[in-house]
Design a protein around this ligand. Sequence first.
Ligand code: 5GP
Ligand code: MN
Length: 338
Amino acid sequence: MNKDDINSIKALLSSPKAIVIIPHKNPDGDAIGSTLGLYHYLKKHNHKATIIAPNDYPVFLKWMPGEASILKYDHQKKESDVLLKTADVIFTLDFNSLGRIGGMEDAVATSEGIKIMIDHHQQPDDYAKYMYSDATMSSTCEMVYNFIEMLNDVNKIDSDIASCLYVGIMTDTGSFRYQSTTSATHHIIGNLIEKGARNSEIHNNLYDTNSYERLQLLGRALSNLKVVPEYRTAYITLSQEELNTFKFKKGDTEGIVNYALSLKGIIFAAIFIENHQENIIKISLRSKGDFSVNELSRAHFSGGGHTNAAGGKSDLNLSDTIDKFISILPQYKQDLKA
Ligand code: 5GP
Ligand code: MN
């Protein structure tokens, strides 16, 4: 995003506009944090802003300021379609391809609203008039902070905006431990705490609100863990039946894949989660170092993401998906073999 773009956006936002802000499908902490942070900021400038999420998100995000105002496209389609059609501006946050917003894709693609992308995923599609795309960034929340700074408005950041942006930086950096965490990330985090983000409380809201069933599900997942030592790979499966046994709720499987990656000597980890409703196996992939799970997911599992964290899906059944996964490992032997 160059100076000219920033000046154009400043001019565009200099009078109240009808604005829609969109996170990706199955929104996570960074998607909801960044859309809400931007939402509160735009409201301060008297814009008529609405967040429309493609679908629902985990209960551990439902304490966030302004969260109750988020529309869910799959349940509020009519109202959402009107807002999308009449929007002057559409911000798309934390995704880089309209294929990531599920059923909203057409309504967004055909809207005449000026599209502004803020995102940190690799290889972005070219659908937005203004693109702030930077794959070196820890999170979209860090980028929303930078965006507000580029608009010379850091002094407008209040405790609500600060709390929302804190959430996404914290979740997308694995609580400030992944490689993408820079000194700039920590400076921003420091500023957000100064502006009223209650860091300890936020951490507690996200990570210390497990249900008993969720911990039991985690136990099952860990007992399903398999290791392929010659490829420094570990993976976990969860069948629909297992999810039902432990009364699965959205968000319950978040982060489980990281246990596989935490095994000593493992640099590539995956979790395969059966989803009968969508008739797919949802896949989360994680890696350490240079091995790109983004590339692997794009090549084999209709997905994408970042070098060290990506997602995808499979239309095969669970056991055939695992067979496919095992069978492609040799293609990556140069990266994976010790
Ligand atoms: P997670 O495994 O936590 O769902 O996602 C890891 C990363 O991959 C996130 O940045 C997420 O946005 C991205 N991602 C997850 N699923 C998909 C997918 O189906 N397609 C693409 N392109 N990216 C995905
Ligand atoms: Mn993100």
